[in-house]
Ligand binder design. Structure first.
Ligand code: 5GP
Length: 218
């Protein structure tokens, strides 16, 4: 009766480094069908167990700047000093057209750029329970130097001040609960009336005729 737009949802997830957004996103991928993560290009070096082409496409600054010139990115930003991150448009457009939802795990500047281009995207901000807990998480994962942790922490303050520009905020103090909230948000977004392409309710006269025929003998 209701035909929804075939286009997938574009879901933007931001939050300070160490707030748990990557963990939440990968749990969400296991929970829902027809949803993928966009793989960003970055000029930073792989960290820990990260794999090229899975976690990121690790490329050089020259390659990144060439891609900027060739308009390859839906958005990009220099998130930390000298380090670019960007979302290749091709993959996102292809998946959305196929009706697959796409998650972009990007910073606030990237989110702002997407907001200018894609009014239909949904913006979710993942908040740490407290700055103290964020600090502990950043230190305990032992993947950044002292200077990098300080830069990430400073960026976190800037990012949290932008939360009101997002559509939804989830405080990640319990992974399971945060996951359920994220899942619920996406489910609700799929029920929005502006996702309806067509309402097909049939011809009233024909249905009345059918009722009369069906009830003829009563
Ligand atoms: P990390 O180095 O910890 O993987 O990521 C650092 C930050 O870069 C995170 O806030 C993450 O959301 C952001 N980021 C990752 N990929 C992209 C991207 O393609 N575009 C933008 N603008 N930010 C990104």
């Amino acid at each position: 009766m209701i035909k929804n737009k075939e286009q997938g949802l574009l879901i933007i997830v931001s939050g300070p480094s160490g707030c748990g957004k990557s963990t939440l996103n990968s749990m969400l991928l296991n929970k829902r069908k027809n949803i993928v993560m966009s793989i960003s290009d970055t000029t930073r070096k792989p960290r820990g167990q990260e794999i090229n082409g899975i976690d990121y496409n690790f490329i050089t600054t020259e390659e990144f700047e060439e891609n900027i010139k060739n308009d390859k990115y839906l958005e990009y930003a220099m998130v930390y000093t000298g380090t670019y991150y960007g979302t290749p448009s091709d993959f996102v457009d292809k998946k959305l057209k196929e009706g697959i939802d796409v998650i972009l795990e990007i910073d606030i500047e990237g989110a702002r750029k997407v907001n200018e281009k894609r009014k239909d995207a949904i913006f979710i901000f993942i908040m740490p329970p407290s700055m103290e807990i964020l600090k502990e998480r950043l230190i305990s994962r032992k993947t950044e130097s002292k200077e990098q942790i300080i830069e990430r922490f400073k960026t976190a303050y800037k990012e949290i001040n932008e939360v009101s520009k997002y559509n939804y905020v989830i405080v990640n103090d319990n992974l399971e609960e945060a996951l359920n909230k994220m899942n619920a948000i996406i489910t609700c977004e799929k029920c929005r009336v502006d996702r309806i392409e067509e309402v097909e309710i049939g011809n009233q006269e024909e249905i009345i005729h059918e009722i009369l025929m069906d009830m003829k003998s009563e």
